[in-house]
Design a protein around this ligand. Structure first.
Ligand code: ATP
Ligand code: MG
Ligand code: MG
Ligand code: MG
Length: 480
């Protein structure tokens, strides 16, 4: 089943259950001071749950563009290294605003997955809230458990803790238990059997969470206690690319038709092959993911810039450029050349991509060219620094100057130095960063909830390399 059909089957299924189908809201939020980008399907409907606005209908369904690159949900560093977290992804969802509740939500999710999409019941697992710690004093979600067991064997209903199976909008407000649906797409060889029974391992990369059904039934009061909501709501979110992976019988989102046309195009442009070398593969995954995030946000009117959401977009684009520059040996703009296939692939479902194609291409090309110049100049300067270095360590001050004044990424500096058997004085670099941070420490706040604003503090602390399975050296940063 092609991705387009998978998406439309979802929507027509819920249309058949009397849902109003709405288009995706823009991903870049202009009038919500608490959130920079839409990071889940429910974000555009927040006011309905809070009772501040009335939905057109009490049943809605859509496919929402989401971006998880900042705040509470930040998957950026995973992207490229695993095969199921993206920066931008589509979240398929169905909502009940004070209308149907657990019984229907579970029954329909099950019907859609097993009957409409035909997923084998024997690869499905579900989770329910196990009951709680601290203030909640809630027991297990037996209501959900009892409904699930009408559909699925009880040894496939797993209990999960508050972290995974209890959703809260913030310190206060609507909240409730949730049930997740996981799919076991492990190959025969990857499965472990004991006494003829398959053992489940929820941490296995091929046991993937696809759908989260949130049952909003409580309100958390300012004093921390819970009360029943007068109207109970349903909020569900299913990762579209992961669903495509399951239905297309592959083990990576990048092997679905959502990504393969983009990957083929990268192969043609760079003369590299996907699937032979982990370093190259990571770079190809990063680029094919990031072009979507950047293209969609430009289509929504958010251009790369030096502040706020624009800066987040610029950094995503630069991350892609860096991977192309370093691992695909491509020293000229290439990402803008992917916009054409992307808009052909997704332009029907998201017409803004087609409408803004020219602008998207121009903006990306210009950004790429300018950052590639920076990288080139940085390389010349870095070579000079290397020549002038006595001993085996490059000073943190010099590396910081390259980073701060010329915009040369510190992980690239570190990588190049390590190739020349030189060390980087990380401590010195971090001290310089700290000094700069102190200089620019102003209104910065870290977000821990879904609805707390983040004014991003863009200073990063270099915390060293991580050796990956494939001996690719990459650097890790930690927000400070
Ligand atoms: P995970 O545990 O895999 O990070 P999550 O629990 O953070 O997912 P939810 O907030 O429950 O995700 O979002 C609902 C669904 O959206 C998930 O079940 C998953 O299918 C999908 N999803 C979440 N994050 C991503 C992502 N970064 N890329 C692609 N799909 C995602
Ligand atoms: Mg997550
Ligand atoms: Mg999860
Ligand atoms: Mg989840």
């Amino acid at each position: 089943m092609k991705s387009q059909e998978i998406r439309s089957k979802f929507l027509s299924f819920f249309e058949g259950k009397q849902h109003l189908i709405v288009p995706s809201a823009p991903m870049v939020l202009k009038d919500d001071p608490t959130l920079m980008f839409v990071n889940s399907g429910m974000a555009p409907f927040k006011e309905y749950f809070l009772g501040n606005a009335e939905p057109k209908k009490n049943r809605i369904s859509d496919s929402q563009k989401c971006l998880r690159v900042s705040g509470k949900h930040n998957d950026l560093e995973e992207v490229g290294y695993d095969t199921y977290h993206h920066t931008l992804f589509e979240m398929l969802g169905n909502w009940s605003f004070g209308d149907y509740f657990k019984k229907e939500a579970i029954a329909w999710a099950w019907e859609l997955l097993t009957e409409v999409y035909g997923i084998d019941k024997d690869i499905l697992y579900v989770t329910v809230f196990e009951g709680s710690d601290d203030t909640d004093k809630l027991g297990m979600d037996t209501e959900a458990y009892d409904i699930w067991k009408q559909y699925i064997a009880e040894d496939r209903i797993l209990k999960g803790n508050k972290k995974d199976n209890f959703w809260e909008m913030g310190d206060q407000g609507p909240c409730g238990p949730c049930s997740e649906i996981h799919v076991d797409i492990r190959s025969k060889e990857e499965r472990v059997k004991v006494d003829g029974k398959t053992l489940i391992n929820m941490d296995h990369p091929h046991v993937v969470e696809v759908w989260n059904l949130v049952f909003m039934q409580y309100n958390r009061k300012a004093n921390g206690t819970l009360e029943d909501l007068p109207n109970k709501h349903i909020d569900t979110g299913m990762g579209f690319e992961r669903l495509c992976m399951v239905l297309q019988g592959v083990q990576s989102n990048y092997d679905t038709d959502v990504f393969t046309p983009i990957i083929r195009e990268i192969e043609t442009i760079t003369d590299k092959k996907y699937g032979n070398n982990e370093e190259v593969d990571v770079a190809i995954r990063v680029i094919s993911d990031h072009v979507r995030a950047v293209a969609f946000s430009i289509a929504d009117g958010q251009l790369p810039s030096n502040t706020g959401a624009g800066y987040v977009i610029r950094r995503i684009l630069r991350r892609a450029v860096r991977y192309g520059f370093t691992f695909l040996d491509k020293k000229e703009p290439l990402i803008y050349r992917l916009v054409d296939v992307l808009s052909k692939k997704m332009g029907d479902a998201f017409p803004e991509l087609k409408a803004q194609k020219q602008l998207i291409e121009n903006v990306i090309k210009e950004e790429e060219a300018s950052f590639l110049r920076t990288l080139d100049q940085g390389l010349v300067l870095l070579n000079r620094i290397v020549e002038e270095t006595k001993g085996d360590t490059v000073s943190g001050e010099k590396a910081f100057e390259l980073y701060d004044t010329y915009g040369f990424p510190i992980d690239l500096t570190a990588l190049i130095l390590s190739e020349k058997d030189l060390k980087l004085d990380e401590k010195g670099f971090n001290e310089e960063l700290q000094k700069q941070k102190n200089r620019s420490r102003s209104a910065s706040e870290t977000s821990t909830e879904d609805w707390t604003i983040l004014i991003e503090d863009d200073v990063e602390e270099f915390i060293g390399y991580d050796a990956l399975e494939a001996n690719v050296k990459i650097t890790r940063y930690r927000k400070v």
